[in-house]
Design a binder for this molecule. Sequence first.
Ligand code: GLN
Length: 478
Amino acid sequence: MLDISDLTIEKAQKLIASKQIKALELTDAYFKRAVKLNPIINSFITITGDAARDQAKKIDDLIANKQPISPLAGIPIGIKDIFSTKGIKTTAASKVLEDYIPPYDATVVTKLKDANAVILGKTNLDAWAHGASGENSDFGAAKNPYDLERVPGGSSSGSASATAANQVLAATSTDTGGSTRQPASFCNVVGLKPTYGRVSRYGTVAMASSLDTMGHITKTIYDNALMLNTTAGYDPMDATSSTKKSEDYTKDIEKVPKGLKLGLPKEYIDGLDDKIKNVITSAAKKLEKLGVKIVEVSLPYTKYGVATYYIIQPAEVSSNLARYDGIRYGNKRDAFGPEAKRRIILGTFTLSAGYYDAYYLKAMKVRRLIRDDFINAFKEVDALICPVSPTLPFKLGEKASDPLSMYLADIYTVNINLAGVPALTVPAGFVDDPSTSSGQVLPVGMQIIGPDFSEKLLYQIGYAYEQETKWYETKPKL
Ligand code: GLN
């Protein structure tokens, strides 16, 4: 049986292209692991074994016929169950859509299929992508592969846990307020939140349209860049997608630009948990050793981020979820869970006459100031480094009954969505927590944030750091 334990997209692709393994063999190995671990981790809502095998056979035929293949050909991936997949159930982890089978693919899915990636299944999430733990899923919470009593983060809970547990080699994700970066941080994997407009949103169940970005999760930086090479680009079906040309994000990934200056925003470090602070400061030192200059910067409006986000985001949710009226498709509105109802009510309130100016309009003005913070910082430095999460992966149930403490898990991620800039989570080390049942240490991620469309630079910085540290080699004991 094929040993898949050390595979990355980069390695698997070489094996397939050089005919050392067949795509079908690879798919079968991942399918077996996905099925075996799903009762334990609950990363998948749907596993699509037969379709995946058919797809893999097609790729083996292409290779047998000496046809050119893309770097993602034959690579088993997961699709967050919020991206529409033609003929495959797309639930957004909500009972409202539990039987919904879309008649079309999201653009990201079309592009991945065109690149001959093998879709192994649809990954779990917080219903409608509302949450930071995965516990809002109507189909049961996913678990953190590093400690099964802890959350994998959210909302892309299943995409992060499935990648970390090696049930897939990569998975798509979304990021409206941290949903790619925070689960990546909790599961020791790489997660990209691209610049707003870099990747098409078409065909993804809309959460908050001015904040939604389509990301992905992988084990390594190089793999992540490979995925963006496929998903990035203009899409006439998404009016907010950018016409700016995308790049080859793997090209020169090993080159860190000379004279690079990175900022450590003091608002993201002051008051931070000591263990996490140590991880970030030692990562900064590592980068300094690589010749990068690190300076302290200030983003003074940081503290208004969570309040601003939790006005704008529910406002957009209340308008986007209005289409699930139980008349056209989907189950009746009483199938909405408590978190979606909370956001619909909050959003409807802040948008209503008499309150609009006091809440929504004011929040939009603060949003501008938050974006200006980033623009000003990028006049001084090339990129920023900071933590992703104020805490280690928390216990299942720890925050689930307290929405406010769950919202505060987002303090270091939401401002980046309000500003629209790109950010990358890179594994940055492990911290021991005496209360872990598995006796295993818990992962901590670092965030690298850059100006609009600086994804390539983020990868170069992340790659240099990753080559020095190789945290991705520390796997969960499953
Ligand atoms: N945790 C944030 C929220 O609950 C972010 C979610 C997301 O990015 N989809 O809104």
